[in-house]
Design a protein around this ligand. Sequence first.
Ligand code: AMP
Length: 221
Amino acid sequence: MAQRDLILLGPPGAGKGTHADYLMAHMSYAHLSTGDLLRAAVAKDSDLGKQAQGYMEAGELVPDDLVIDLVAERMEQLDCQMHFLLDGFPRTTAQAEALAGMLETLNREQPLVMNLAVSDAEVVRRLSGRRMCLDCGTIYNVHRDGLDIGDKCPQCGGELYRRSDDEPEAIRNRLKVYEQDSAPLIEYYQQRGQLVAVDAEQGQQQVSAELAELAQGRRPC
Ligand code: AMP
């Protein structure tokens, strides 16, 4: 089976960003993370950033039309020979339907959807321990790496901080939002024969290796 466009699905803290980095380092993909694009818009204080900031800080979803426009714009810039890796999009059925329409228009095959399954308790443990570099955006975890707020990033020396949406109140809200808006996507993609489930509570390297095998079509879906 040939390489396909990919979607990483799963609750916040499932490891979508970390596994996307692994897949990018080992295979050729254009990474499209709506969380990263939205954080960049907030940092630039653009119109989109101003509209998105409040939702993001509260752990709410940014309205569909804003996110769909952002993805459509980015998708049009992609070299059509390049496979993409979508991380954090779609998050609602309306976004999934808009994406399917975009891909049809661009004459692209519908992507393989990898569902990273993690329990709520593990999500809370991971997110409350997550630290991010202010300068290069590298993600660490106090449980795994021993690095905490105010420490220096081993990659670039930038300062580590906790994202405001990783505060306990925002985590609870993000889980609620995930259950309500994003969990139905599992059934949506299952019905279309695009979904494959991966146990994302295994060790990080094991999960990454499993995803890479699936992405290369070496394991039956
Ligand atoms: P992430 O880095 O993927 O966890 O995204 C961080 C935040 O950005 C989310 O909690 C949402 O507020 C917003 N966001 C990212 N992707 C989407 C999306 N596809 N739809 C709506 N909001 C999004």
